[in-house]
Design a protein around this ligand. Structure first.
Ligand SMILES: *Cc1c(COP(=O)(O)O)cnc(C)c1O
Length: 385
């Protein structure tokens, strides 16, 4: 048996060593607290679950769903886009339901990348941007992403031979893992660059709703000419504590939405219509649950940032997302510092190099652990100073 060449080229899993140490500690009965995973710990809000309970009893929902999403779901997405960002999208041609935005991002490569093509991906970012390209026989060009540029991926120096074969440029703000947010100027510059070079600009907006300190993240579709080259990915996972439900949508440029739809039509099926009905309740219902979650994450962020500063580390008061991104102390690598936290504080954090080359020298701490466990982790981290 021989697997595909492109599968053999997938990046190896980086943290096998740390995982082994964690498992050994747990085997010894040590209480290890994980701040490694970005998966909301709070339950899905009640009104969404109630909508699901009702929807699941409707036999019409038990049949094959429409692959592009029900008309009602796509309309709810469009209504939400308009209420939240003032952006108008046509639910028929500019919105597509997704089985989670990971699915949409992965399938976008199938729609746009031929063997030998390039995708431009941030050099610190969600692994699917580059993994999807590899699985299509394509290449990834990593756009530098440096702290001194506010972690805005730099596309000023893409070599000509890459640019001529580039099909998609991925960016995502508010950013996982750095917590960085983008300026309007940056979005405008990215749109200009992609129009000039005939590249699809894919904006991953999974964290648009998780904002702090009065900040409210924009949609890239608010910017002039965005619809000529942009597809934007929204997800209900983080905003409504629905990671397990697998529901999201893409919005924007009609040609790219149609191309992604054709891939989906051939490779997968639509999401369970009952889940789409619950998602409608989330999008069109009261957004108080979102505000409450943001207040909770903001308190947790404050506790984590204070602990890191107490042991002499530097980090920003992240304005958005469920992560704190921090530079490791002098003399450590991402991995050696994560190992120290594991061995001395019994706390798991994610080494930044796992997100790409420029992530070296940082760790990511996730805020999706219950308050008591998070505060216990914070206490332990302060003790190792
Ligand atoms: C969580 C996350 C997603 C995907 O979420 P889905 O659950 O697949 O909708 C996409 N992009 C980033 C950067 C994420 O962190």
């Amino acid at each position: 048996m021989k697997t595909a060449e492109c599968l053999n080229r997938m990046a190896p899993y980086l943290f096998a060593q740390i995982d082994k140490k964690r498992d050994a500690l747990r085997e010894q009965g040590v209480d290890v607290i994980s701040l490694g995973i970005g998966d909301p710990d709070r339950p899905t809000p009640d009104h969404i679950i109630e909508a699901m309970e009702k929807a699941i009893r409707n036999p019409l929902n038990h049949q094959y769903p429409d692959y592009a999403g029900s008309a009602a779901y796509r309309q709810a997405c469009a209504t939400w886009m308009h209420r939240r960002f003032g952006v108008s999208v046509d639910p028929e041609t500019e919105v597509l339901a997704l089985i989670g935005s990971k699915e949409g991002i992965a399938h976008l490569h199938t729609a746009f990348v031929d063997p030998g093509d390039y995708v431009l991906a941030p050099s610190i970012g969600y692994p699917v941007y580059s993994g999807g390209a590899t699985l299509q026989g394509g290449h990834t060009y990593y756009m530098p992403m440096r702290e001194e540029n506010g972690f805005l991926a730099d596309f000023d120096h893409v070599p000509e031979e890459v640019l001529s074969k580039a099909k998609i440029m991925f960016i995502g703000y508010p950013n996982n893992p750095t917590g960085a947010v983008a300026t309007e100027e940056y979005f405008d510059k990215a749109i200009r660059f992609c129009l000039e070079n005939d590249i699809l600009l894919a904006h991953d907006n999974a964290y648009s709703e998780i904002c702090f300190d009065g900040y409210s993240a924009p949609s890239i579709l608010e910017r002039p000419r965005a619809k000529e080259c942009c597809i934007e990915f929204f997800s209900l996972s983080k905003a409504y504590n629905m990671t397990g439900w697998r529901i999201a949508f893409a919005a924007g440029n009609a040609e790219s939405i149609a191309a992604l739809g054709t891939v989906k039509n051939n490779l997968d099926s639509g999401q369970f219509t009952a889940i789409q009905e619950a998602a409608i309740a989330a999008l069109l219902g009261s957004q108080q649950c979102v505000a409450d979650m943001c207040a909770l994450y903001q308190r947790r962020r404050d506790a984590v940032v204070e602990a890191l500063r107490a042991i002499g580390m530097t980090c920003e008061d992240t304005k958005a997302t469920i992560y704190v991104w921090a530079r490791v102390p002098e003399g450590y690598s991402s991995e050696s510092f994560a190992t120290k936290l594991l061995e001395q504080a019994h706390v798991i954090v994610t080494p930044g190099n796992g997100y790409g080359p420029d992530g070296e020298g940082y760790i990511r701490i996730s805020l999706t652990t219950s308050d008591d466990r998070l505060l216990e982790a914070v206490r332990r981290i302060k003790e190792i100073a």
